[in-house]
Design a protein around this ligand. Structure first.
Ligand code: GAR
Length: 237
């Protein structure tokens, strides 16, 4: 089905079918929806799946006319059982790409294998620094002068797959985790649609040796988007 805002993908092909997984606010999902609706991102978000029924991202999806599913982890006895059900659910939508957008679960190797080379994640740190949780506080505690976010292919290693794109932001005097998180999140909204665009237009793939390839060449390090100038709100704080 073609909707307003759809644009052709690689070689005029149909938009890439995408499934987005969320657990919470869904602001990264919104950035993808906005880019798609603006005609800048050749994807068709076929479903948004949340492991939490109260995730606000579900409302964002519904407002955009996107199908939603809630698959609560509480209803499954094991991680394996949950991930098997999730793989089945996602498979029904035949996604060419699965986008993890604040999906706060560790994935089993079986689920990752089901979407090998077709699953992206965004993580709020300059990987390989700070995989896991509480990244902003950890950057502050370490006295880092810069922080940021990374888009990467998903592999078995937690937050460890090949990095594609990074945005860096300064850590400013007076920052707390909340202020720093907001500064990073604004950059996430820039880089995630861009990385998905690369994939959707066939510029980006995971090579046979597990290395990310951009425009036919191996990506030896994530593409960097420079730190942006502090906003007036930053300076005022
Ligand atoms: C984002 O900061 C994302 O990088 C992070 O959760 C937030 C989700 O925000 N993801 C992780 O920490 C995954 N390890 P959103 O729901 O507003 O997009």
């Amino acid at each position: 089905m073609t909707r307003p805002g759809d644009v052709a993908g690689r070689d005029g092909a149909a938009p890439l079918p995408v499934a987005v997984l969320i657990s919470g606010d869904g602001s990264n999902l919104q950035a993808l929806i906005d880019a798609q609706q603006a005609g800048e991102l050749p994807i068709d978000i076929r479903v948004v799946v949340s492991n939490r029924g109260d995730a606000f991202g579900l409302t964002r999806a519904e407002r955009a006319g996107i199908q939603t599913r809630v698959l609560s982890h509480r209803e499954f006895p094991t991680r394996s059982a949950y991930d098997a059900a999730l793989a089945l659910l996602l498979g029904g939508f035949e996604p060419g790409l699965v986008v993890l957008a604040g999906f706060m679960r560790i994935l089993t190797p079986e689920l990752v294998a089901s979407f090998h080379g077709r699953m992206l994640n965004i993580h709020p740190s300059l990987l390989p620094r700070y995989p896991g949780l509480h990244t902003h506080q950890r950057a502050l505690d370490a006295g880092d002068t810069e922080h940021g976010a990374t888009v990467h292919f998903v592999t078995d290693e937690l937050d460890g797959g090949p990095g594609l794109l990074q945005a860096r932001v300064p850590v400013l005097p007076g920052d707390d985790a909340e202020r720093l998180a907001a500064r990073v999140l604004a950059q996430e909204h820039r880089i995630y649609p861009l990385a998905v665009h690369w994939f959707a237009t066939g510029r980006l793939c995971l090579g046979a040796d597990g290395q990310a390839m951009l425009d036919g060449a191996p990506l030896t390090a994530p593409v960097q988007i420079d730190a942006v100038a502090p906003t007036p709100a930053d300076r005022a704080g």
